[in-house]
Design a protein around this ligand. Structure first.
Ligand code: 5GP
Ligand code: MN
Length: 319
């Protein structure tokens, strides 16, 4: 922790980035750390390759996040948050890789240990928990904007305090964030309470797509480009849908195949995996070049849909 803080203090300009198709923890850790460093007097470039999902656009400071790199590298330090490997930040990875200093802040068990400095703690419920500790140690004031991002990161990464990564820090930190001015009802309304009609229609199709392996231990949900087109939705609208497939009784692993949203590359898929706590899906995802946590992981793959379904059904046979 102290060497990371030293590095942050010595930096003048920082590039802060998180993974593509960001979730609440990715965006929450990006904004909370970025705002904290700004308060400390640093110049900060906030970066995420993907558009910010609609449900997170209420976060104070969200307008600072840019989808493009500055024309030339002006930062002395890059901070990569909530990424198991550098490539998770997307196409900028090649360029960011050449940063003079790279700090890796993450909580994935499969973290590759990239970067010159690391704060990787798989026991942390979320990357925002690690950012919280960092800001505290730097005596940065957790104002309402920073608190909202930390709260949202913890809330979403713990599945509203239901997933196995829910620890006592999740409750302690969130209680403190409420004291800092966060209104839990307002956050919940934005994150879970207001969806587009298209998203609800997409949920209907996704539920309808569920298939169960012959031994009943694996459920498979599929979201295709055509479904996105028909409902006028995007990958961000798929967030959380896999949990329906995971809830089915006797299912140990749920998989969700998501086809590239724009349909330009019909053979590129993202696969999400969730476990009921008895199977290490991080290991399965890693065997396909991805990663994640024991109970929640994912990977990208090039295949035909038919072959991919076969590959995933083969996983079921070993459960
Ligand atoms: P999701 O299924 O929601 O996309 O991701 C579940 C977990 O696995 C998240 O913690 C996410 O960061 C991780 N994950 C998803 N896809 C990949 C991937 O392609 N590579 C790696 N290393 N991790 C991934
Ligand atoms: Mn996370």
């Amino acid at each position: 922790m102290n060497t990371v803080i030293d590095r942050l203090i010595k930096s003048r300009t920082l590039f802060v980035a998180t993974h593509i198709n960001p979730d609440g923890d990715a965006i929450g850790s990006l904004i909370s750390l970025g705002l904290g460093l700004q308060q400390y007097g640093k110049r900060v470039y906030f970066y995420n390759e993907s558009p910010i999902p609609a449900v997170y656009r209420f976060l104070p400071g969200v307008e600072l996040v840019k989808q493009t790199l500055p024309p030339k590298r002006e930062w002395d330090t890059a901070v990569i948050l909530d990424c198991g490997d550098m490539e998770r930040i997307g196409e900028a990875a090649d360029q960011v890789h050449r940063s003079p200093q790279i700090i890796n802040i993450d909580h994935h068990v499969t973290n590759t240990g990239f970067g010159h400095y690391r704060l990787v703690d798989p026991t942390a419920c979320s990357s925002t928990e690690i950012v919280y500790r960092l800001l505290k140690q730097m005596h940065i004031d957790i104002d309402e904007a920073i608190a909202t991002s930390i709260y949202t990161g913890i809330l979403t990464d713990t599945g509203s305090f239901r997933f196995a990564n829910t620890n006592s820090a999740a409750y302690v930190i969130c209680a403190e964030m409420v004291q800092c001015g966060v209104d839990p009802y307002t956050v919940a309304q934005h994150v879970y309470g207001t969806y587009s009609l298209g998203r609800i229609k997409l949920l209907n199709m996704a539920l309808d797509s569920i298939e169960i392996s012959p031994n009943g231990k694996l459920s498979l949900m599929t979201v295709t480009h055509d479904m996105f087109a028909e409902t006028d939705t995007n990958p961000e609208d798929v967030d959380g849908m896999i949990n329906y497939a995971k809830r089915i009784e006797d299912v140990r692993v749920a998989a969700l195949i998501m086809e590239n949203a724009n349909g330009a590359d019909q053979k590129r898929f993202h696969v999400s995996l969730r476990s009921d706590g008895t199977v290490d899906v991080a290991e399965i995802a890693a065997s396909f070049g991805g990663g994640g946590h024991f109970n929640a992981a994912g990977f990208g793959v090039e295949s035909s849909l038919k072959d991919l379904k076969k590959t995933i059904n083969a996983i079921a046979e070993n459960l």
